[in-house]
Design a protein around this ligand. Structure first.
Ligand code: ZN
Length: 958
């Protein structure tokens, strides 16, 4: 469904690590599988059992037995992607990914595949990358055998029914159209288009109506079938399965359902054309963006170091390049006012032979004019690394961080886990499948030094995204223009000359004091529920330990106040303050993150400070952040830059994806007070640095305090922290302020909000908000959504091809529940979309009345199982509780009650709920947000009777 961009880390050859074996292929003694890998290096934190087997059809299957799971998941990867598309049908690999799941021999009915998964508490997804295509599903374990059979059947005998070709071509086209004016997509396309034109990666990959079409020499349907026949073979596929079942049982179902995939003895087409010739080095590509975006990206293609993954020379260098420490590259450029941020990465490329260093500089207006200073600074810093940076000290820091991370590896489980693993099975030795990205065996200066030699002006590839870009060509298959030119020798030399004058103004990072030292576990509490440790006027402290035995914790400190809701200027001030604080703390962000601790500062009804990661030093971090706020200074340059950024963000909204604009409109309506972007923009320039310093003082002296402490902490530690917080914050003994949410007023008629987009598509958000508070409603809406969501997707996307990504959701608005239908469409305007939504709701009424009791009970059980599943990490362990806490509930930790409510709901309850919400509409108000794009400007705007039209968000009651 989606097209994947670059993946992190170096790719590695499949080293033949496995125990060699021979299949006993005599007729009487046909072995059904062989174990090819018994031991896989895993984190000490990981208690699951792993094994890789090879089936009689040569398919390698990774089995993961995890008794804690309720759901099972499977993923299958094929080492064939967009890079392998024939020239005659660009996008074919992606189109095949779509066509595969429209029925197979044993399960011919269209869309039964995804419907089956969703009715059994799961879902499916897939993506096509340059070098592979990956499929996956998750499902309640009782349905796992049939789900696997369905996957096996698809890979054995898909119908690839021509009947659906037209529809699916349109879906692929719509998917591409979603991105045609997305600047980052365009940049990614240009990175590829600017490679050696003879290399298959230099082509368009997604596919659209003009590429996926019959031509004199090439019939789409024939090519599709042929592509599948040639490339989809058990011997090159890899599968990963995870389930609560034992390894033996997993072996049995893998054999039973996956051996049916035929082994066609496919070979992976080898691509020997070089990615770059001299013509594609030292080039500058300029792109004029749709949004007001200012970026300079500098890339260096280097020979792949995939077989050195246990030494990580690439990560060693990118860690130094991207470091945010005082005196580093990023700090130096920010102090000059040239950049907003610098990020560095080292990536494997979708060709086995290359990797890439990529540096992205977010430019200020001044930076736009002084690009050569930025590039020269980069080369100065690279020189510094060359001269002083390749040493055991830097290695030790890198190693400590990786070791800690692997030792307490957060558990990834289920769908995402197997999707990643089946993909990695295409690239890494089986024994290192789980550990490759954390292994750091030794300090190898020679490998690092060797890589640095490629970081020269001659090898650089510059990509400038700028409103002032000088462009002369259309970007093939995208909206917008670009240019490409070689960089003059004299300019390359100028960078080097200038670099010499800059180098001694920079330094390399030193020791990281945030690396954790104490990784012991605190004494477990007897009480397993969340406890309110402090309940005073203006101060509430909740605490709960984790069931996971990890030395990690999460803190949420809420400095609760109404300051941000006083006026448009107040809303702007907090935004500017946060921008500046986060910039000032960029070094702290960087070092804490490397040490395995993270923090975030955000705003809502006041200021929210969150920390997470290793429990050691987290209290220290919280206090340090408060000290920073206490001593807050704002200089004029930072303020000017923050204003520029904020204005750009507000201004660019009209150019973001129509659906995002629709959701933003929804947020504006339900979170009160709200002001229009224009009103907010007008308030930006008035803000002074004194006001921001004043605001930071006010936050510390005019707030009530809510604290939530979760994980590896003891009540005593929490109370000690509270005592220290009281020194820093003058806590106001007043009731907590909660954000006002929209209250449904059915008397008004529908609330209809129209927003203008500067892009092509329309979008529609159609919500039904109930006016009555009823704690059963959310549970009913959740279960209704389980039934409705796949049907909506099927109707709107597959049957009617109106859009690429329709979805539905139940949403809490304050104490009430809203149910929404959402989509963006390149095919029809908002009025027509609404008509189709209504037609769907009408027809689904009948479907819902025909649902069988036992099917409903099964769906309900699967949904409840998701709530009861043993959490795999702290974030999922506490997600329900965090949500309750964030809503400001008096009592938290009530997941059990929610599950009880779900259990008590009958099919009839859901049917009645449906009828009332969408048809009788008793105590229900409709909320519409329609986004009008350029394409449908001529069409009439949707209006409902009766309705309250919202033409200006400023006119809503405050
Ligand atoms: Zn797709």
């Amino acid at each position: 469904m989606r097209i994947k961009m670059f993946t992190r880390f170096t790719r590695v050859f499949i080293v033949t690590f496995f125990i060699s074996f021979q299949l006993q292929a005599t007729e009487n003694n046909m072995k059904s599988f062989e174990i090819v890998q018994e031991t896989i290096n895993k984190s000490p934190n990981d208690t699951r059992q792993y094994q890789v087997i090879r089936l009689a059809n040569s398919l390698e299957v990774l089995l993961i037995s995890d008794p804690d799971l309720k759901n099972s998941a499977a993923s299958l990867s094929v080492p064939i992607g967009s890079m392998h598309n024939p020239d005659s049908q660009l996008g074919l690999a992606h189109y095949l990914e779509h066509m595969l799941f429209l029925g197979s021999e044993k399960y011919p009915e269209i869309n039964q595949y995804s419907k089956f998964m969703s009715q059994n508490g799961g879902y499916t997804n897939a993506y096509t990358a340059q070098d592979k295509t990956v499929y996956g599903f998750e499902v309640n374990d009782s349905a796992f055998p049939e789900a696997l059979d369905r996957l096996g059947d698809v890979m054995r005998a898909p119908l690839l029914d021509e009947k659906y070709a037209e529809k699916e071509r349109h879906t692929v086209n719509a998917e591409n159209e979603t991105y045609v004016d997305n600047d980052m997509r365009k940049l990614y396309a240009l990175q590829r288009y600017s490679l050696n034109p003879a290399h298959p990666m230099a082509r368009f990959s997604t596919g659209n109506l003009t590429t996926l079409v019959d031509k004199p020499e090439s019939i789409l349907q024939q090519e599709l079938e042929q592509f599948f026949e040639q490339n989809y073979s058990a011997n090159t596929m890899k599968v990963a399965l995870t389930s609560p079942r034992s390894l033996e049982k997993l072996q049995a179902i893998a054999v039973k359902y996956l051996t049916q995939i035929p082994n066609k003895n496919s070979t992976q087409p080898e691509i020997t054309v070089p990615l770059l010739t001299d013509q594609q080095r030292a080039i500058e590509v300029q792109l004029k963006p749709t949004a007001e975006l200012k970026l300079l990206q500098i890339n260096f293609l280097v020979p792949s170091v995939k077989d050195q993954y246990m030494y990580k020379p690439g990560a060693y260098i990118s860690r130094l390049l991207g470091s945010d420490h005082k005196g580093g590259l990023s700090d130096y450029l920010q102090n000059l006012g040239l950049t907003e941020s610098v990020s560095a990465g080292f990536y494997g490329l979708h060709s086995e032979h290359y990797s890439q260093f990529s540096l992205t500089f977010k430019l200020t207006n001044k930076g736009l004019l002084e690009q050569d200073t930025i590039v020269a600074s980069l080369f100065a810093y690279i020189n510094l690394i060359k001269e002083q940076g390749v040493n055991p000290l830097q290695y030790t820091e890198q190693k400590k961080s990786l070791d800690n991370y692997f030792k307490f590896l957060p558990k990834s489980a289920g769908f995402n886990y197997v999707m990643g693993l089946s993909a990695n099975m295409q690239h890494y030795p089986l024994a290192d499948l789980l550990s490759y990205s954390f292994r750091l065996d030794a300090f190898k200066a020679q490998f690092i030094n060797q890589l640095i030699t490629y970081l020269t002006p001659d090898n650089s590839r510059l990509f400038l995204v700028s409103p002032n870009a000088v462009v002369n060509k259309d970007i093939p298959y995208y909206e917008g223009k670009y240019s490409q030119a070689s960089i003059k020798k004299s300019r390359l030399q100028k960078w080097l000359n200038k670099a010499k004058t800059i180098q001694d103004k920079m330094i390399l990072p030193v020791r990281n004091d945030w690396l954790p030292e104490n990784l012991t576990l605190v004494k477990p509490e007897k009480n397993k529920k969340a406890i309110q440790l402090v309940k005073e006027s203006g101060l509430s402290v909740w605490f709960k330990q984790s069931q996971l035995k990890e030395p990690k914790a999460m803190y949420k400190l809420h400095l609760n106040n109404a300051l941000n809701d006083q006026s448009p200027a107040a809303r702007i001030k907090i935004n500017l303050l946060l921008n500046i604080i986060n910039k000032q703390l960029s070094e702290l962000h960087f070092v804490t993150q490397e040490a395995g601790v993270a923090f975030a500062i955000g705003s809502s009804d006041g200021l929210m400070i969150s920390t997470s990661g290793y429990s050691d030093k987290q209290d220290e971090l919280l206090l340090m952040l408060l000290t920073h706020l206490q001593n807050m200074q704002v200089d004029e340059q930072s303020l000017t830059l923050a204003k520029q950024e904020l204005k750009r963000r507000l201004y660019n909204k009209k150019k973001t994806k129509a659906m995002d604009l629709g959701l933003d409109g929804f947020r504006q309506l339900v979170r009160q007070p709200a002001w229009s972007d224009e009103t907010l923009l007008a308030a930006v320039d008035q803000v002074t640095s004194e006001q921001l310093v004043e605001l930071s003082k006010q936050i510390l002296s005019e707030s009530s305090v809510r604290l939530l402490a979760l994980g590896n902490v003891s009540p005593i530690e929490v109370l000690q922290l509270v005592a220290q917080l009281k020194v820093k914050i003058k806590i106001q003994p007043k009731p907590f302020y909660t954000i006002k949410r929209l209250q449904a007023d059915p008397e008004q008629g529908a609330l209809n909000y129209v927003r203008k987009s500067e892009l092509e598509d329309d979008a529609l958000v159609s919500l039904y908000l109930s006016a009555k508070q009823d704690e059963m409603s959310l549970a009913k809406a959740e279960l209704m959504n389980k039934l409705l969501k796949p049907a909506f997707y099927d109707q709107i996307r597959t049957q009617e091809q109106l859009t690429y990504s329709p979805f539905t959701a139940s949403i809490q608005v304050g104490d009430n529940v809203a149910f929404g239908l959402f989509t963006q469409s390149p095919a029809v305007g908002s009025a027509k979309l609404y008509e189709r939504f209504e037609a769907f709701l009408d027809s689904f009424k009948k479907t819902l009345n025909e649902v069988k009791e036992e099917d409903f009970e099964e769906i309900k059980a699967a949904h409840i199982a998701n709530y009861l599943a043993k959490p795999s990490n702290m974030k999922s362990e506490f997600s329900y509780l965090l949500n309750e806490w964030a809503q400001g509930k008096q009592e938290i930790d009530s997941k059990a009650q929610h599950v009880e409510r779900l259990q008590s709901i009958t099919l009839k309850d859901v049917q009645d709920y449906y009828t009332n919400l969408f048809f009788n509409k008793q105590d229900v108000q409709q909320i519409i947000v329609q986004v009008k794009g350029n394409k449908f400007k001529q069409e009439e705007v949707l209006s409902l009777t009766p309705e309250l039209s919202v033409s200006d968000i400023d006119n809503l009651p405050k």
